[in-house]
Every structure is written in C-alpha cells, then in structure tokens.
Design a protein around this ligand. Structure first.
Ligand SMILES: *[C@@H]1O[C@H](CO)[C@@H](O)[C@H](O)[C@H]1NC(C)=O
Ligand SMILES: *[C@@H]1O[C@H](CO)[C@@H](O)[C@H](O)[C@H]1NC(C)=O
Ligand SMILES: *[C@@H]1O[C@H](CO)[C@@H](O)[C@H](O)[C@H]1NC(C)=O
Length: 630
C-alpha cells in the first residue's frame, strides 16, 4: 500500500493537468478527425473525458448535437440517439487502448475513417472432420412446396394516420411535439414513404401467409426506426405484441430470427464477457424465447434464452432443420463489441453453436437452412466473425441447403465459394437469399415465396411479391402481387441450366457473369433492388463492386468499403429521406451519424460556442465528480 500511494497521487495530478487542456484537445481532435490516424487521436482526449464519467461524456456529445442542429439533424433526434449510445462509447474508451486494434475497428464503426484491419487468423474448431463421402441429396422430382420469407417489418405502433409524412426525422407519420404548421403530406392508412409499417399493413401482410405455404421464415427487425426514442419498455412491449401476431395471424408456423433493432438502445447487445455491471440483453432473449415457443417448441425456446436468441428446430414432417442465429455480435454498429483490447473470436458462442448444430444435422442426415438478420457480405459485418462463420459454411456446405437474410431492405443475393481466389461456377458452394423489407419506408413492401424441393430442400424458384404503394388500392386494401419469378427472369441468362436443377450457387454465379457482359441484365437487377423506391445510380466502378459483393459471403471479400462523411439531412426539394439517402445504413441514426456529420460539415460549425459549452461541462464534472462503474 505504501508503495502504491505516491503512484496514485501522481496519476491524479497528471489527470488534473490533462483536464486543463482537455477541451482544447477534444475540440481540435473533432475538428481534425479527417484521417484514420487522427480519428484514433480523437480517442486520446475522449478517453480522459470518459474517465470523468458517463455524465460529462454524454453531455459533451449533446453539446455537439446543439452545434450541428438543426441544419443537419433535428435536435431531439440527435440528443436522443447520443444519450443512449454515448455511455457505451464512454465505457469502451475507458476499457481499451486508444491505439490498439479495437480502437482501429471502433474508428471504422464510428466515423468510417479507417478501413477495417485484415482478418485475424483463427481456425474454427469443428466437432468432426469433413466426411470423405458426404451424403448427397437428390431430387426425385416431387412437386415443390412453398415457403414465405419476409423481413424488416419495422412496425410503428405509434403510426398516426393523417400525421405528417414529410418530416425532417428518420421516420415520419407520428405526432411529434415539434411538428408545427399544417400537414402537407398526410400519413396514409396502410403506410407512407418515409414512415415505418402501420399495424394495419403488418396484420394485412401476416394474413397473406396462407395455407398454401408449408411454413414461413422471418429474418428480423420488428421494431421501428425511431431509435432516438427506443427504450426498453417500448421495445419489449412491441416485441411481445408482434410475437402474439406472429403466432396467431398466419395460418402456418413462422420461424423467426433476431434483428439488430430488437434491443434498447438499438443495436446494443453486450457480450457476455463485458465488465460493465448489469449490462445484458438477456431480457430480449427471454422475451423472444417466450414469444416464439408456440412455434419453435420448448427445446428451441430454451436454446433461444440461453444462446442469445439463437436456436434450431426441425420443421415437422420434413428432414429440414432451421438454424436461426443472432448475427448482432458480428455487427459493426453494436458498440458493445469494442470494450476490450482482447479479441474474442466467437462472442457469445454463436459460431460454435452453428458448428455444433450443423454437425448434428450431418450426423442425422438432415439438411439445414440458416436464417439470420444480417447478410455476411456487407461492410457493416465484421471481417473476423464473417470469415470464421464462412469456415463453418464451407465445412458444412453439403449440409446447408440455403442461407436467408434481410437487413439491407433490398432484393439481393450472394454466393459463397470454397476458394475465393478462384471464383467460378465450380467453386460456388453456398447460396444466400436476401429479402427486401415489409416496411414501405423507402421502397415497396415486398416478400419472397420459394418453391422448395421436398427431397433436397433447395430452392427451385424464388418469387418476389409486392404491394404497390403508389396504387390507389393501397389506401383501401393492399394487394400483394407477383413482381417476378427469378427462374423466369434470370433463367434465360444461364442457357443450359437444367429445368430440374435448383437455383443453386453455380446458377447464381453464372447470373453474375451475365451481369458483367449484359448491362441490361445488370440494370434490371439494380432496378429491382429498391423496387418502388429511388433508382440506384451505378457507374462502372460501382458495377464492379456490386458484382464483387454478390460473389461474397464474408465481409473481407465483398468490396463494400467504409466511406467517411455522410450527409444525413433531408435535402430540400428532394424526396430523399435519411433512410433513402442511406439505404445501406441499417443501424438507424446514431453516434456514428453525428460524428460523420461533424466530419463533413466542419466548416459550418461554431467551434467557439462548442468550446465554451465543453469548458462548462468539464469544469462541472471536476467540481462534482461522479462515480464510474465499469
Ligand atoms: C459466453 O457464452 C458462451 C456461449 O454460450 C460460453 O461458452 C461462455 O462460457 C460464456 N462466457 C461467460 C463469461 O459467461
Ligand atoms: C441481356 O439481358 C436482358 C435482360 O435480362 C435480356 O432480355 C437479353 O436477352 C440479354 N441479352 C443477351 C445477349 O443475353
Ligand atoms: C417529390 O415528390 C413529388 C410528389 O410525389 C413530385 O411531384 C416531385 O417531382 C418529387 N421531387 C423530386 C425531386 O423527385
């Protein structure tokens, strides 16, 4: 003790000295955070600030909101988002070195200034080596059965018919307190652009999942995108409400997966290794476990409670196992993932669980569908974990008949390869189906119906259905109509693909080759991604990257790059919402948007005002120190 005492004193003195220049350092660092190196430099003063407690740290970012509002973002939206997320960031910064790899990843997640580091090599352990002669599944040509796949329903329980649908917030069609003046664009009964799904539309859709379908899969995101208001009480209530609808309205079972919006704060799922007292998303897992039990059964519901919402269930009367996994521990915008210098290859054991369940399926001669929220070929998916999961997919490629995702709100697909350095129809081994959203926020509400071979459980055809928001009938009784059949639309691009063969990975690889040669076909695909929404512009570089992304089931191979600076304000005179402008940003508005906004609008910010506010916050924190509980 006698030895330690002087050290502690010195540290306290050093802290006081640092705080004297702290505000200058923060302001300068924010001003100059334009490169990856300076972004990590920003963490040095922010770490000192975080040591003063969550309170002053959060107040600092609220002050940043003040200087960037209202030009870039509504003040309530900014403050609400910051207040929920800043304490997590403060905890992270207290827990890590500002110069380590975790900080580098955090910079990428927060400001998009660092490209993510190369994958940290890790060999996933498997229960058993791959068999020399894996069981093959052969179609006997039986009539396919139908499965509905839907996602991102984002039900807004506060949706108000007649409220303003052209507002300045991430979602509209609510009675916001600061909404003044006459309504210019009234929220429609079954949904409007810029808004999440009204209950009417959600229930109308759930009634369409009829008895013609054997079962259905739902790949997550129940909660609406008002993330600046998301609190535990509302989120839990809304999950419970949806689970009741999910288990009572459709005439067939719906197997669900957990999305990144199913928490409060949004995206925030602490790892079970966190040192922060009381930090846990167990309430989410308990809520879904209870709500899903009538469909998935007791054993699977117990798994969901124990395994962070992940479970497996055999579809009755089939040889098909549904493996539903929570991908939010691989999601860049889950800021709890940055609270240790130590790398955890498999946070909360999701990858290990998948391997174990796939092994059991291999042993039992079953096939597996992997269902999850976030596709693994995006820049918002962490490179390490998607690489490790890809190892699992490659090991069990004979067992997996398909992977099914949502999250992007776009009609997409992706192919995985046994050898990424030799991508071809021969090395194409896994197929991912990405379904667009039910929410009409930025495109027409859509879902897919798969024709499934009853022997192989592979997809013979995928049909997209939509409800056209611009059709007058949408205001009375939304009609769900066929948009296209993948086999009809893309089949002619792959001449020679047998009619009896499934739409397998080789088929889709050949479709991407057709996109390379045939601009019309590529543009057709692009136009369907956000059907009914804003057209996507794509030059030659974008086309190259888009095709690259279609040929990847791991983030490192997807050519989906981090880009700094985002303008997240709704532009005057354009019909762009925050979400249309960032259709690829699924996390909702948050700290990262605030920091990116600062980076982009540096010249317009009143730095003297910010400096004065921060001086007051730091002085107050020093006069009234608060306890820090990590
Ligand atoms: C976290 O969860 C995984 C998977 O269930 C488990 O193996 C591990 O022991 C847990 N760690 C802690 C610290 O609870
Ligand atoms: C190019 O793609 C379009 C749209 O799928 C198709 O109609 C056309 O036949 C294709 N052209 C060739 C040469 O394959
Ligand atoms: C915005 O929407 C209105 C009404 O739907 C339309 O008349 C106008 O052309 C649109 N503006 C732009 C820039 O797309």
């Amino acid at each position: 003790m006698r030895v330690l005492r002087p050290v502690a004193l010195t540290l306290a003195l050093a802290a006081t000295t640092a705080n004297a220049g702290l505000v200058d350092d923060i302001v300068n660092a924010i001003k100059n955070a334009a490169t990856c190196a300076t972004c990590q430099g920003l963490f040095v003063p922010l770490k000192v600030l975080a040591a003063l407690g969550d309170g002053p740290f959060t107040k600092t970012f609220v002050a940043v909101c003040k200087v960037i509002s209202p030009g870039m973002i509504d003040r309530d939206v900014c403050e609400g988002a910051v207040k929920t997320q800043a304490p997590i960031l403060a905890h992270d910064l207290r827990s890590i070195s500002p110069f380590g790899q975790t900080a580098e990843k955090l910079c990428d997640a927060l400001v998009g200034l660092c490209q993510p580091p190369a994958v940290n090599a890790y060999k996933v352990p498997f229960p058993k080596p791959a068999p020399a002669n894996p069981k093959t599944f052969v179609s006997s040509g039986k009539t396919p059965f139908q499965v509905v796949h839907f996602s991102d329903i984002h039900i807004d329980r506060q949706y108000t018919v007649g409220a303003e649908a052209s507002c300045t917030k991430p979602i509209c069609c609510r009675n916001y307190a600061d909404q003044t003046g006459p309504v210019t664009n009234a929220a429609r009964p079954y949904g409007s652009r810029n808004c999440d799904t009204p209950t009417f539309l959600a229930q109308n859709f759930l009634r369409t999942i009829g008895s013609n379908n054997k079962f259905s899969i739902f790949t997550g995101d129940v909660i609406e995108a008002s993330v600046w208001l998301a609190d535990r009480v509302t989120v839990q209530h809304d999950i419970e409400e949806f689970n009741r609808e999910l288990t009572t309205i459709p005439q067939v079972p719906v197997y669900p997966a957990l999305g990144n919006h199913e928490s409060a704060p949004t995206n925030a799922f602490p790892r079970n290794t966190t040192t922060k007292k009381g930090a846990s998303s167990q309430w989410v897992f308990d809520t879904v476990s209870k709500g899903w039990e009538p469909v998935i059964g007791k054993a699977a519901a117990d798994q969901a409670a124990r395994l962070s919402g992940s479970y497996s269930a055999i579809v009755p009367g089939t040889n098909l196992k549904i493996l539903s996994i929570n991908t939010v521990y691989w999601y860049k915008s889950n800021f709890w993932l940055y609270d240790s210098n130590k790398a955890f290859p498999d946070p909360n054991g999701i990858i290990g669980f998948a391997a174990q369940e796939l092994q059991a399926a291999e042993d039992a001669g079953q096939r597996v569908w992997i269902i999850a929220h976030m596709p693994t070929n995006r820049k918002d998916a962490l490179r390490d974990q998607t690489n490790y999961f890809d190892q699992v997919v490659q090991r069990y490629k004979h067992v997996i008949a398909g992977q099914f995702f949502g999250h992007s709100h776009q009609d997409q697909f992706a192919v995985g390869y046994s050898d990424y350095s030799r991508q071809s129809a021969d090395t194409a081994t896994s197929m991912a189906w990405v379904v667009p959203a039910i929410t009409p926020r930025s495109s027409n509400p859509r879902f897919k119906v798969y024709d499934v071979d009853p022997d192989t459980y592979e997809i013979m055809d995928s049909k997209v259905y939509h409800s056209d928001v611009n059709d007058p009938s949408f205001d009375h009784e939304p009609k769900w109509e066929l948009v296209y059949s993948a086999r009809e639309l893309y089949g002619p691009l792959v001449p020679g693909h047998p009619a009896t063969a499934s739409l397998n990975p080789a088929f889709w690889h050949r479709v991407t080759e057709a996109f390379e040669r045939n601009q019309t076909a590529f543009e057709l695909y692009q136009s369907l991604r956000l059907e009914g929404g804003k057209p996507m512009e794509c030059d030659a570089t974008c086309k190259k990257d888009t095709i690259c992304q279609l040929r990847a089931l791991r983030s490192e191979s997807a050519c989906d790059y981090s880009t700094p600076g985002l303008n997240f304000r709704r532009e005057e005179g354009q019909n762009l919402t925050i979400h249309e402008a960032h259709t690829d940003e699924c996390e909702g508005i948050g700290l990262s948007h605030v920091l990116k906004g600062v980076a982009e609008h540096r010249a317009e910010i009143d730095w003297d005002q910010l400096q004065a506010e921060l001086e007051a916050i730091v002085a107050d924190a020093e006069a009234n120190p608060e306890p820090v509980e990590d």
